[in-house]
Design a protein around this ligand. Structure first.
Ligand SMILES: [Zn+2]
Ligand SMILES: [Zn+2]
Length: 408
């Protein structure tokens, strides 16, 4: 079974990602992402979780059309399109007869959330002094894991917004293991693709497919063929030139179980006699689920709710609630406009724990070459947005004056 959709038919249905939101590409492309090449499926065997890279179909591009072929499966495949509300671009929704769900991930997330609520129930019904210590310890493990994502995977390795000496890189790599959000290589690869092709079919968590998809659904579904095609045009080899990233990628499975699962969960048992089951529930499961949602809210909420003072032609927004929960990662309109700024926010923001951490590391000589946007560049962007909004208001007023009955 091969070609399921004629190329000419797909040409009509498939929008061109590059033409969908040119401003997004102009402002979101960062210098680090344009010099990388890699394979989307190369890490499938090293993750403790099932990758949602689709392995049973191949995608090729001919002119503007896309040919979707399936190797040996006989499942029906449906192709449909939908226009987003803002009118910035369309997306193409491709699914197999079985909805292309990555069932192992779905099972893990369902079980994880059930255990998470059970751990909260224990907090209120089975609470004792040991548990207080365990929850307190859990917070600090989560704190290190959070920094591994925000200061490490995101600002250091994905965007190269600052440089770090070996001890800091090792610390952040361990933190990223604790967070358990796949290897640094996979995390950075997906994030660079997200910036380069935001809000298109090639965006791993395209918000045009809805809040749920942008939040968690993208991990439960096989990846869109456009994602495979477009990410193949990028080069990620710079990531593996860092021996810390390469080591973590090569031994991710073992490192994950040491630093994310059994290491943190056994310490409360050793030091204050916590039971292993309770420790696993609190220090691993509840911490992991909380950290996942903190990261996911950046992909969903910070792309859908908030202001756009720096670039109103892109979807990412300034969301202070997300910044609070994600160590300063919610200043997302700013971040997508100036992705190379280590502070990811104008003047550092008020809730930017990650910036403060990097500043302390710089003070200690562990971080250097911190890149930050000049004030006049920020002001210029804001002025452009302000002028555009004024023009829109004037045009609207003019239209109302011209057609008072139609608009009343
Ligand atoms: Zn980013
Ligand atoms: Zn984003």
């Amino acid at each position: 079974m091969s070609i399921l959709t004629p190329k000419s038919a797909l040409k009509k249905q498939l929008p061109s990602s590059s033409s969908s939101s040119p401003d997004t590409l102009e402002y979101s492309s960062d210098d680090s992402s344009s010099s990388c090449r890699g394979s989307l499926s190369s890490d499938r065997s090293k993750s403790p979780f099932r990758s949602n890279d689709s392995s049973d179909h191949t995608v090729s591009s001919e002119d503007e059309g896309v040919v979707v072929s399936s190797s040996s499966k006989t499942r029906k495949r449906y192709v449909s399109t939908s226009r987003n509300k803002s009118g910035l671009s369309n997306y193409t929704f491709i699914r197999d007869g079985d909805f292309d769900i990555v069932w192992p991930n779905a099972a893990i997330f369902v079980i994880g959330h059930v255990l998470y609520f059970y751990s909260l129930w224990l907090l209120f019904t089975d609470h004792d002094e040991k548990m207080t210590k365990t929850w307190f310890f859990c917070y600090w493990v989560g704190f290190v894991g959070g920094l591994g994502i925000t200061a490490g995977a995101h600002r250091l390795w994905s965007h190269k917004s600052y440089s770090a000496r070996l001890p800091l890189r090792i610390f952040l790599m361990i933190g990223q293991c604790i967070a358990g959000q796949n290897s640094l290589y996979v995390w950075c690869r997906d994030h660079r693709v997200h910036h380069k092709f935001s809000e298109t079919d090639a965006d791993p968590h395209n918000t045009h497919r809805g809040f749920f998809f942008a939040h968690v659904g993208w991990l439960l579904r096989k990846k869109h063929p456009e994602l495979h095609k477009k990410s193949g045009t990028l080069d990620f080899s710079d990531l593996l030139r860092d021996p810390v990233v390469k080591f973590q990628r090569d031994y991710y499975f073992a490192l994950y179980f040491i630093f994310a699962v059994f290491g943190p969960a056994s310490l409360p048992c050793l030091f204050w006699g916590e039971t292993f089951s309770r420790s696993m529930l609190i220090v691993y499961v509840s911490r992991y689920v909380t950290a996942l949602h903190s990261t996911w809210f950046v992909n969903s909420t910070a792309h859908m709710f908030g202001d756009r003072p720096y670039n109103e032609s892109i979807q990412p927004r300034e969301n202070y609630w997300v910044s609070y929960g994600a160590f300063g990662e919610g200043y997302h309109n700013y971040h997508h406009t100036f992705p190379w700024d280590y502070s990811t926010s104008e003047l550092g923001g008020k809730l930017n724990l990650t910036k403060k951490f990097i500043d302390i590391c710089a003070f200690l000589g562990l971080a250097y070459d911190l890149k930050q946007c000049k004030t006049h560049m920020i002001d210029s962007r804001k002025e452009k947005v302000h002028l555009h909004q004024q023009q829109l208001q004037q045009a609207q007023q003019h239209s109302q004056n011209q057609h008072p009955i139609a608009t009343s």
